[in-house]
Design a protein around this ligand. Structure first.
Ligand code: FES
Ligand code: FE
Length: 375
């Protein structure tokens, strides 16, 4: 008896409702984004004591400030009196304290309740017990990372170690000196798509030949459909004719000081679960932070980072920014085109992952496991 050769197995995707169901989205917020370390703000955005920013993490608003001694602190953005949101602005700067706009309870930059109208007439009020609720914070790569879990997982293992594992070499990321770089450009995208569609898209390059003409010019191997993330430690090589990682292949800037020959003229991509993407090229680093807002809506903040002297000189970074801005716009348009169809009967049982997308199956298994066992 002869057997006919079969094509490599196709794996099913998640079913459509995983991308639309508000109840499932709530569970993801609770069991993923409120339990893991999330990259919240760029530390240099809060340069002076009193500077603050609020970010949505899971179902909470988290307030991050720089205190008088120069350290970053994070709190739940909720007044301990009657629960008003303390800071309603996304960013700003106060002199010494944060005052609730409702009844004027006032907290210092370390979250202590320091004043309230008629405080002397309330001897029962234990001020030390009514400070802002602190949120664990770590700084890494020049960003403040926060975790809402009662017992945060190891930052070393789940963030630093996970990124190193992707690159196959613990020192590879350090060589970019990301924490010493300066912000050249930031673009915020309001994407009308579920966060998982964005992660899945970032993980595969089966779409690259179809929707990324500029990217595949610079990284020809991407036209083959295999993403850098398909292999541990693989950097996609620049096209021979590309002088730099720019929209027209023109020269970028000198390589970052720590970059070794083996990393030169190569592009590396890393996903740090659950919401951060790093793109590494010899002369700059691109950091995406993703903030899921609803089952069908995700905010993405994208930073382009260069050597401080490049930014200070006023050099034109627009050609390198434009390359990945186009990639982002192309990717997010594809995600937005997919989102409405997640509700279609045609996608009731999901779709398939072709062999070059098989690693997305591991992401689906991870999401399902997070929701399933509650850890
Ligand atoms: Fe903030 Fe009353 S709710 S002072
Ligand atoms: Fe893409």
């Amino acid at each position: 008896m002869t057997t006919t050769p079969t094509s490599p197995t196709l794996i099913a995707t998640l079913a459509g409702h995983h991308y639309t169901d508000p109840g499932l989205f709530r569970q993801e917020q609770e069991k993923i984004f409120e339990r893991l370390w999330c990259c919240a703000v760029r530390a240099a955005d809060l340069e002076r004591p009193g500077a603050f920013r609020t970010v949505p993490i899971g179902r909470e608003s988290v307030l991050i400030t720089r205190n008088r001694s120069g350290a970053l602190r994070a709190f739940l953005n909720v007044c301990r009196h009657r629960g008003a949101q303390l800071c309603t602005d996304e960013s700003g700067e106060v002199r010494r304290s944060l005052q609730c706009p409702y009844h004027a309870w006032t907290y210092d930059l370390d979250g202590r309740l320091v004043a309230a109208p008629n405080l002397r007439k309330m001897p029962d009020l234990d001020r030390t017990a009514r400070g802002l609720v602190a949120v664990p914070l770590r700084e890494w790569l020049g960003y403040a990372w926060v975790c809402l879990a009662d017992q945060p997982p190891s930052f070393e293992e789940t963030v630093i170690g996970a990124a190193a594992e992707r690159l196959g070499d613990a020192a590879a990321l350090d060589r970019y000196g990301t924490e010493r770089l300066a912000l050249g450009k930031r673009i915020t995208y309001d994407v009308r798509a579920n966060w998982k569609l964005i992660v899945e898209n970032f993980m595969e390059c089966y779409h690259c030949a179809t929707i990324h003409p500029e990217l595949t010019e610079v990284l020809p191997e991407f036209a083959e459909g295999l993403a850098a993330q398909c292999y541990v430690g693989h950097g996609a090589e620049f096209a021979e004719e590309a002088a730099g990682f720019t929209v027209d292949g023109s020269a970028g800037f000198g390589r970052l000081p720590g970059i070794e020959d083996a990393q030169d003229r190569r592009y590396y991509a890393v996903t740090v679960r659950p919401q951060t993407f790093l793109n590494l090229v010899p002369d700059h680093v691109i950091v995406h932070r993703m903030f899921p807002m609803a089952a069908d809506r995700t905010r993405v903040e994208c930073d382009w980072l260069y050597l401080p002297e490049v930014v200070a000189s006023g050099a034109d970074v627009s050609r390198s920014v434009e390359l990945f801005h186009r990639v982002n716009a192309q990717d997010f348009a594809a995600c937005e085109r997919t989102q409405p169809a997640m509700d279609s009967r045609a996608y009731r049982d999901g779709g398939v992952l072709v062999p070059s997308e098989h690693h997305i199956g591991a992401f689906h298994a991870w999401v399902t496991a997070c929701l399933g066992d509650g850890r």
